[in-house]
Design a protein around this ligand. Structure first.
Ligand code: RB5
Length: 145
């Protein structure tokens, strides 16, 4: 699995920690920036990660900003993207099982690094349940037409 990861300045430190976690787990990733805590505009990095996932260049995406909200709103504007803002492990699991979320967003100013790592672990390990949920995910895709 190749994970696309990105953040704005508000999520930079957490992005770096999640990169370290992915490295420790032997999970491949592409870093779409940002590269420091200098101010940048979150829709830019969100679009880059989301487009890479939508184009199939990355299998999943993780995008982090201060709250996780801005990057989530922006990513969900890209066709084919189902970005889920998760600040607890249960939501992370359900976003995969029920919603087939292909992007996880989090807020560095909201949760600590330990919880963020646990969320990422669960989110990457959980498969889409399919079944009745497939129909609903298809209905979401229909909204994009
Ligand atoms: C940047 O200050 C902040 O607005 C951004 O990181 C994010 O929280 C937006 O939703």
């Amino acid at each position: 699995m190749l994970v696309g990861i990105g953040s704005d300045h508000g999520g930079f430190r957490l992005k770096e920690d999640i990169k370290q976690y992915l490295q420790e787990q032997g999970i491949n990733f592409t870093d779409f920036g940002t590269c420091s805590t200098d101010s940048v505009d979150y829709p830019d990095v969100s679009r880059e990660v989301a487009q890479a996932v939508a184009d199939g260049k990355c299998d999943r995406g993780i995008i982090i900003c201060g709250t996780g909200i801005g990057v989530s709103i922006a990513a969900n504007k890209i066709r084919g993207i189902r970005a889920a803002l998760c600040h607890d492990v249960y939501s992370a699991q359900m976003s995969r099982e029920h919603n087939d979320a292909n992007i996880l967003t989090m807020g560095e100013r909201v949760i600590g690094m330990g919880l963020a790592r646990a969320i990422v672990e669960k989110w990457l390990a959980t498969e889409f349940a399919g079944g009745r949920h497939s129909r609903r995910v298809c209905m979401i895709a229909d909204l994009e037409r």
